[in-house]
Design a protein around this ligand. Structure first.
Ligand code: NI
Length: 184
């Protein structure tokens, strides 16, 4: 089932999301719905707060990139209760967008590698270092679980430049091809 995507201005996007219990009801269904919602909106990552739920669940699908990056062939995973434990020292810039910020794309600086702890869909625990594009997407998505959006990483000047677009989103004037839920 395709869920509406919550857009900038929705308070849930600024909430600290909670870890879920292993017996969280209908988790498989939620994960399936999140994948469907993300695919429909042509996203590569989606965090539960973006569908209105303040819980630590993220889905990532990088298969679309596999023409250029074969390591991502059929890469489609859910991350339950993820937490970043450490980050590498090297910082890299990359363009980012977000389904909750339609029409905004900006270059964001982030560490190139992270150590991350999470449960997979089978509730099996993982603790691993991740680098490159996956580390980038994970940091963007896991930020959502702490109420952080990628625009928070921009300089004051860049933030000023997108102020008008953000104000329009809050007024319910988000223009995009997928179903959204705005404040107004
Ligand atoms: Ni996002």
């Amino acid at each position: 089932m395709i869920l509406p995507i919550y857009v900038y201005g929705q308070p849930v996007l600024r909430q600290e999301a909670e870890d879920i219990a292993p017996d969280y009801p209908n988790l498989k269904e939620l994960v399936a719905n999140m994948f469907e919602t993300m695919d429909h909106a042509d996203g590569v990552g989606l965090a539960a707060p973006q569908v209105g739920l303040p819980i630590r669940v993220v889905v990532i699908d990088l298969d679309v990139l596999s023409d250029d990056m074969p390591e991502f062939k059929d890469f489609k995973r859910a991350y339950i209760n993820p937490h970043i434990l450490e980050t590498g020292d090297k910082v890299v810039s990359m363009d980012e967008g977000c389904l909750s910020l339609p029409g905004i794309h900006e270059s964001v600086k982030r560490p190139d590698r992270i150590r991350v702890q999470y449960l997979d869909e089978e509730m099996k625990p993982h603790d691993e270092w991740v680098e490159g594009y996956l580390a980038r997407v994970m940091q963007h998505e896991f930020d959502h679980l702490d109420g952080i959006m990628f625009i928070d990483h921009l300089s004051a000047l860049r933030k000023q430049m997108i102020r008008g677009k953000l104000n329009n989103m809050v007024k319910g004037k988000a223009r995009c091809s997928y179903k959204v839920k705005t404040v107004k």
